[in-house]
Design a protein around this ligand. Structure first.
Ligand code: ZN
Length: 72
């Protein structure tokens, strides 16, 4: 599966929010979220907003359109 990566650090892991319960996910080549652990999402977790993604590894935040092809 081809994944997209953070344009700043290259991480393939993103989170739905910086605060509170979050969803951890990856983004496929069609810019659809791929949820790593769907059975572990809290009921009150912030939903994934394609217009505002947060990198799981650095301070980057931005829209799905800004992601780059993973080089990993
Ligand atoms: Zn990053």
């Amino acid at each position: 599966m081809d994944l997209l990566a953070c344009p700043k650090c290259g991480s393939e892991l993103f989170v739905s929010t910086r605060q509170g319960e979050r969803i951890v996910f990856q983004m496929d080549a069609e810019r659809n979220p791929v949820i790593a652990q769907p059975d572990r999402i809290a009921a009150d977790a912030a939903p994934i907003n394609p217009g505002r993604l947060y990198c799981g590894a650095c301070a980057w935040q931005g829209a799905a359109q800004e992601l780059v092809e993973s080089r990993m």
